[in-house]
Write a protein that binds this ligand. Sequence first.
Ligand code: ADE
Length: 224
Amino acid sequence: MRIDIITVVPDILKSPFEASILKRSIEKNIVEVHVHNLRDYTDLSYNQVDDYQFGGGAGMVLMIEPIDKCITALKKERDYDEVIYMTPDGVTLNQKIANSLSLLNNIIILCGHYKGVDQRVRDLFITKEISIGDYVLSGGELGAAVLCDTIIRLIPGVLSNETSALTDTFQDNLLAPPVYTRPAEYKGTKVPDVLLSGNFPKIEEWREDEAYKRTERLRPDLLE
Ligand code: ADE
């Protein structure tokens, strides 16, 4: 998979891809992530990419021309399955959306900033608008990093044990069951006996039970 991210603050998107699972997925050539600075696509002085909104009102709006230039240059090189705009008024990201995006080959992610982008960008270029939750971030960059993480970890070969993404919380609309590691007893608190029993069908049954109970207690809406 290839992901092209368009942003006015490329620095925010450095460290998420320079550590841990995302770093390794890039090193293993399973995914390519290219971050494009929108300021490289403007001819205006001071590398201007935003302007005041027509009709008045506070806040700057990203202009259509540099975004058009950047997206058009990318599309000349290859076909894209989706051009995603990160925005608080998009559809809220969930596991189902991440699952379907993880099957794609090439995507562009456009990060908004300030008051957002000229509406014509959304009308002409954007195929999907995604929010990471009902709160407002300073820009779409952190949302883009979250989106990339949810997608990339699902691509076969990224996690060393592929089944571990399948047993994630939300994959079957259930929260994950509790997990324990050594020591089996710590300051009087014990790991449930069943997990030490070696009886794998029983362990599986216990985990399913606990996942259901936890979901019922913490997220009953998922069971509806
Ligand atoms: N940009 C600003 N707020 C956002 C949010 N909640 N999700 C995605 N992009 C955003």
